[in-house]
Ligand binder design. Structure first.
Ligand code: BTN
Length: 323
């Protein structure tokens, strides 16, 4: 009911809709309508109310409410259920709780802020209130373990394409899944998996995007490495539109992924957007060793193909790269 009334108010922003009209359209009492209006106002919607005329929506809040994101979202699987939080420890951790009960492929957990946002290598992910997008996509693909890296590839590509389309600036992918603008990190992706050798129970893909963060929001140590869309474009960006774009593009890639289609063109696209190909880098591998190498390519399985200083060619499946 709330969503329906909100939709009608949005469609008629230039006129007042009377309580009587709304109660007839939705077959409820005028008190019920009034309660919904009050609830919407509490959620941050600015609704003018005038005696004899009724209600008019003046402004919507900058919140990533589930019904705001779902409005106009034409996806096959992604975002059919969205769990929304004003504040949470970590959307990935909540994703793992949701996954303990039956859930639908593509359920989303989203929050306006996180107090224990996590990044790769157990780092903190700075998640200030209403300044970024912090979300997790919960999936249960029936696939083999070796194909999991493809999910990382399609997520990075979906975010990269959505951001590029939104801000009309060059956006690059730093293997495996950091998203950069002007060589600074704008978005990070944390993929976590639960499963046994031959069966995947669930995958949680956490996406953190620095959208409207200001320089002061980053720790000093991050100031030279990280940035936000607002800093890079000089404009406040619409968080809802960005999230919707990412979910729509991801939905298409995920459909291809499940049907084993178009992977060649997806990996080609990933290569084109790759920041590292041709660069000399230092790679920290998981036992904390570092190797210097030149990046040659991204392999079909998502591995980073590098040439070591002694000429040896290696495929790295995971690790962290610095320049
Ligand atoms: C990284 O680059 O290290 C990955 C960062 C991932 C951050 C996102 S924010 C939403 C989700 N919840 C978390 O706690 N982490 C991920």
């Amino acid at each position: 009911m709330k969503e329906k009334i909100l939709k009608l108010l949005k469609e008629n922003k230039t006129e007042y809709l009377s309580g009587e009209y709304l109660s007839t359209v939705f077959g409820v009492s005028r008190t019920a309508v009034w309660k919904v209006i009050k609830q919407l106002q509490e959620e941050g919607y600015i609704i003018q109310s005038k005696t004899k005329l009724g209600y008019r929506l003046v402004e919507s809040p900058d919140n990533l409410y589930s019904y705001e994101i779902q409005e106009g979202l034409r996806t096959k699987r992604i975002g059919k259920n969205i769990y929304y939080f004003e504040e949470i420890d970590s959307t990935n951790d909540y994703g793992k709780i949701v996954a303990q009960k039956p859930f639908e492929d593509g359920d989303i957990i989203i929050a306006e802020s996180q107090n224990k946002g996590r990044g790769r290598f157990s780092r903190e992910w700075v998640s200030p209130m209403r300044k970024g997008a912090y979300l997790s996509i919960l999936l249960k693909p029936q696939i083999s373990f070796e194909k999991i890296t493809r999910l990382t590839i399609i997520t990075a590509l979906a975010v990269c394409s959505a951001l590029e389309d939104h801000i009309q600036k060059k956006v690059e992918i730093k293997w495996p899944n950091d998203i950069l603008i002007n060589q600074k990190k704008i978005c990070g992706i944390l993929t976590e998996i639960s499963g046994e050798v031959d069966k995947i129970n669930y995958v949680v893909i956490g996406i953190g995007i620095n959208i409207n963060l200001d320089i002061e929001d980053f720790d000093e140590s991050l100031a030279t490495k990280a940035s936000s869309l607002k800093i890079e474009t000089g404009k406040i960006q619409n968080r809802k539109e960005i999230v919707q774009k990412i979910l729509s593009i991801f939905d298409e890639y995920y459909d291809d992924f499940l049907n084993d289609e178009n992977y060649e063109s997806i990996i080609d696209e990933y290569r084109k957007k790759s920041y590292l190909i041709g660069r000399n880098v230092e790679v920290r591998i998981y036992n904390n060793d570092s190797i210097r190498a030149r990046v040659l390519d991204i392999e079909k399985n998502g591995a980073l193909k590098v040439e070591l200083e002694n000429g040896e060619i290696r495929d790295l499946l995971s690790g962290e790269v610095t320049l």
